[in-house]
Design a protein around this ligand. Structure first.
Ligand SMILES: *Cc1c(COP(=O)(O)O)cnc(C)c1O
Length: 394
């Protein structure tokens, strides 16, 4: 018997020993405030379905109707025969919604980062990257071949210092940061970061995956939140979170958008987004442009849940967004907490090292506009019960 794959078995065993093996739960229902998870009906605090759009009737109908016109598959990459009128409509609509000049869409947010970063910088260049940036930014930075300089989390002074130290050593510079950080729910100080990058003539990119549909007026994102229209070169967004579908985008400078149509490799070499997904994204924009009701409800729910959790005695960390970490300390406690919640009918994820630093394990609650007041009440009661049982609160 060949031994050439034995190493995989050993690595998998090592993951299990270290408590890092992913046991993946399966969902047996549509997304919403309640889910069937591994056959059990539970209150959902895990999804990125911030606005409850993942199963919104208007979006489902838009997808169904377009299937009859364009069919199911794009059958080509965007640059050969895959660009439908529908894709251009989504790009125009997104740019209008975000109040920027241009936008280009991709198959996912991950793809948007993989397209943008290697197209903007290469071996002779430097990237300044927040130390807690998302994996897709890290991979895109590595793929670009540029020198990567990490700066202290959400610290514009550290960014300034890093740029000064590297002045004159490279052809071009790009500063890149998450907008909302998904583990803590904190926000990059984009206004201050912009002051630094504009002073040094460094390009600025923000990945607003968790801010799209959440931050800014009516969910217009982090650039709108800080009123930096026309100033941030690249704003990456995703249609996979608040928008409830799947897909990614770059919004901002028309010059960069044109460049990515020529040089964004996932745009050139991976098939276009499907008609149904694109139609659903356009319907999401219709909903968001029509009313701020869902975004308002998301924030009301998040503020209520967070303040009640604090009142109960839980530590909700640094969060200023609907991402609500419940800080617990050690990973085994977080895992036990998550299991006990599930037994009681609440689905909330435990996060430990290496996803978050050692000693900072937590449960992460994702609040949604889909939650009713009763849902939140029920969640709070169960959190209080489990918290007391495990000695986290008194
Ligand atoms: C989720 C996320 C992505 C990936 O988005 P997808 O559309 O799911 O590929 C990229 N960047 C950040 C910061 C994210 O949180």
């Amino acid at each position: 018997m060949s031994k050439r794959l034995d190493w995989i078995q050993e690595e998998l065993e090592a993951l299990k020993q270290a408590g890092l093996y992913n046991r993946i739960r399966t969902i047996g229902s549509a997304q919403g405030a309640w889910l069937v998870v591994d056959g059990k009906r539970v209150l959902n605090f895990c999804s990125n379905n911030y606005l409850g759009l993942a199963n919104h009737p208007q979006m489902v109908r838009a997808a169904q109707e377009i299937l009859n016109v364009y069919g199911v598959g794009p059958a080509a990459v965007r640059t050969i025969a895959g660009t439908l009128e529908l894709h251009l409509e989504l790009e125009r609509r997104l740019a209008r919604f975000k109040n920027v000049e241009a936008a280009i869409t991709f198959q996912s947010g991950f793809m948007a980062n993989l397209a943008a970063i290697p197209a903007l910088v290469g071996k002779e260049d430097v990237i300044y990257s927040d130390e807690l940036n998302h994996a897709s930014i890290i991979d895109a930075c590595r793929l670009s071949g540029a020198t990567i300089v990490r700066y202290n989390h959400v610290n514009p002074d550290a960014l300034d210092e890093a740029i000064r130290q590297n002045k004159g050593k490279y052809r071009r510079g790009l500063a890149v940061t998450d907008g909302v950080f998904s583990m803590d729910g904190d926000i990059a100080p984009l206004d201050k970061i912009y002051e630094v990058t504009s002073q040094h003539e460094v390009m600025l990119m923000v990945d607003d995956a968790h801010g799209e549909g959440v931050l800014g007026r009516g969910g217009r994102g982090i650039v709108d939140h800080f009123d930096l229209h026309g100033k941030v070169d690249v704003e990456v967004g995703t249609f996979s979170k608040a928008f409830g579908v799947v897909g990614g985008a770059v919004a901002g400078s028309p010059l960069i958008v044109e460049w990515l149509r020529q040089r964004g490799r996932p745009f050139l070499f991976s098939s276009a987004a499907t008609p149904a997904d694109v139609a659903a994204c356009i319907a999401a924009l219709d909903i968001l442009e029509n009313s701020t009701e869902l975004v308002d409800k998301l924030w009301a729910n998040a503020n209520y849940f967070k303040s009640e959790m604090r009142r109960l005695g839980f530590d909700t960390g640094l969060s200023v967004t609907p991402i609500t970490p419940i800080m617990l300390g050690e990973a085994p406690l977080a895992q036990q907490f998550s299991r006990e919640l599930f037994e009681e009918g609440v689905f909330a994820m435990a996060l430990g090292f290496p996803t978050v630093p050692r000693g900072k394990a937590r449960i992460r609650v994702m609040i949604s506009a889909a939650h009713s007041q009763e849902d939140l009440q029920k969640g709070l009661e169960i959190f209080a019960r489990v918290g007391k049982k495990l000695g986290v609160i008194h």
